[in-house]
Design a protein around this ligand. Structure first.
Ligand code: SF4
Length: 455
């Protein structure tokens, strides 16, 4: 099946003008909440810098911290597993489930399991996976993937959710009251929680010093699953390790504020050891992370704490929707992570940006996101992976821009063509024109204006 490129998928998304506008407005509202919450901390910038440096230190000493975590977690009674890639991760999770002979499990939000396509893998093996985060359950019912890492169903309106629940939970047709629908989901999920013997959670932070891990949710669904289950499996990417418990104070303050503008996530739960009679497993997954760590220009992307602030501020994400990125992690950071998995399949993503730098400005761990997008563009162009049209136009542009007389002549010609025969530029073959009204051509070039005004 032909996978739509970001531009093609965005075209579909923006065809619905009303939805595009509220998607844009809603995410901007979240971004504004983030701004207010961050301003309440006078030392916000110092906190960002500190978090960035802790992550820098962690990345430079990753093997030691991972081994320290393993020793301490095992001493706490947690069973530690290592997975080199998504397949190994899925097999490990499946083997644990199989040992317990269970056919259904509950799972709280975990972008890593999305990255590894765990649900599809387990479903093929006959296991019923129930996503318990409300937004994730909605998209799971609809056979969709999350469109945002913090707000998985942000692309849907309450009318869509009402219809989905009507079809899957039997709620009255036309009822779109959020309170009512949430209650219905709560009753439905409660049954699943009570029946499941196995619970899977993600991991926000794993502390090397203590061997514990922390899971942050606003719904308490990770806690409900983990506390009711006989087996708790936590899945984490190896970059989620932090050296010390005291570092949590830095990251927890940054995470909720950057994500939703909350002062703290409603539940920041520490899992240090299994309760009596329970089995606790943690799967540490590489899946391309060490490859990214070795790419000097992109290693910083592993500092990401998945707050989604870069999504909410990005003018391209806000107006193209998460599904247009065809990757589990969308948005600006997703566009940096994706080419690490497969350059060819994700060649479009680093170009899905205005490079305005707003993402880097809000990132709580100070990742130079827009620069890395630019670095990927250069890398992909050098490898000849960009579409032929882009390669030719870039070469042409470079030739014109590096030749002053040609540049002058092209500018003069361009102004003439736009004023005399605008249809030559403003036509359906020009993708720039599709969604924009082209400005009127200026009467003179800047050089001409400068000469007549400043001589
Ligand atoms: S790159 Fe930065 S802003 Fe974006 S999700 Fe990661 S931590 Fe948040």
């Amino acid at each position: 099946m032909h996978m739509l490129s970001h531009a093609e998928a965005s075209e579909k998304f923006i065809a619905n003008q009303e939805r595009t506008d509220w998607h844009d407005d809603t995410l901007w509202f979240v971004r504004a909440k983030r701004d207010k919450a961050s301003k309440l901390i006078p030392e916000w910038e110092a906190l960002r810098e500190h978090a960035s440096q802790i992550k820098e230190h962690m990345l430079s000493n990753l093997p030691q911290y991972l081994l320290e975590f393993e020793v301490n977690a095992q001493a706490n009674g947690i069973q530690v597993h290592w997975a080199k890639d998504a397949h190994e991760h899925n097999e490990i999770v499946y083997s644990i489930i199989q040992k317990h002979g269970d056919k259904a499990l509950v799972k709280s939000k975990s972008m890593l399991t999305e990255e590894c396509h765990l649900n599809a893998f387990l479903e093929q093996k006959g296991i019923d996976v129930v996503d318990t985060d409300l937004g994730e359950r909605i998209v799971q019912f609809r056979n969709e993937v999350p469109s945002h890492i913090v707000l998985p169903a942000i692309h849907l309106k309450k009318e869509d959710v009402g219809e989905t629940f009507h079809q899957h939970l039997g709620t009255p047709k036309g009822n779109k009251d959020p309170q009512f629908l949430t209650e219905a989901a709560r009753i439905h999920l409660r049954e699943k929680f009570l029946a499941a013997k196995v619970a899977i959670t993600g991991v926000n932070f794993a502390v090397a010093e203590t061997g514990e891990f922390v899971v942050c949710t606003n719904e308490g669904n990770a806690d409900m699953g983990a506390h009711l289950s006989e087996v708790h499996i936590a899945c984490m990417g190896i970059e989620k390790i932090i050296p010390k418990r005291q570092d949590l104070g830095v990251f927890l303050r940054l995470l909720a504020r950057s994500a939703t503008g909350q002062l703290i996530t409603t539940y920041s739960s520490h899992f240090a050891k299994p309760r009596e009679g329970q089995e606790m497993h943690i799967v540490l997954v590489d899946n391309g992370r060490s490859r990214q760590l070795a790419r000097e220009e992109f290693r910083n992307s592993l500092k990401c704490i998945r707050c989604a602030a870069c999504f909410n501020t990005c003018p391209v994400y806000r107006r193209s929707g998460g599904h247009s990125y065809h990757q589990p992690v969308a948005g600006p950071i997703g566009s940096i992570l994706a080419p690490n998995f497969d350059k060819k399949a994700n060649v479009d993503l680093p170009f899905a940006s205005t490079l305005c730098g707003s993402c880097s400005n809000v990132c709580p761990v100070k990742i130079n996101i827009h620069e890395q997008l630019w670095f990927w563009r250069q890398d992909l162009m050098k490898e000849g992976l960009a579409p032929a049209g882009k390669v030719i136009s870039m070469k042409l542009m470079a030739w014109v821009l590096s030749n002053p007389s040609l540049f002058k002549w092209a500018g003069a010609m361009g102004r003439k063509v736009i004023s005399w025969a605008p249809w030559l530029v403003n036509n359906g073959l020009n993708p720039w024109y599709k969604q924009r009204e082209m400005p009127e051509a200026p009467k003179q070039s800047f050089q001409e204006w400068y000469k007549s005004n400043r001589s």
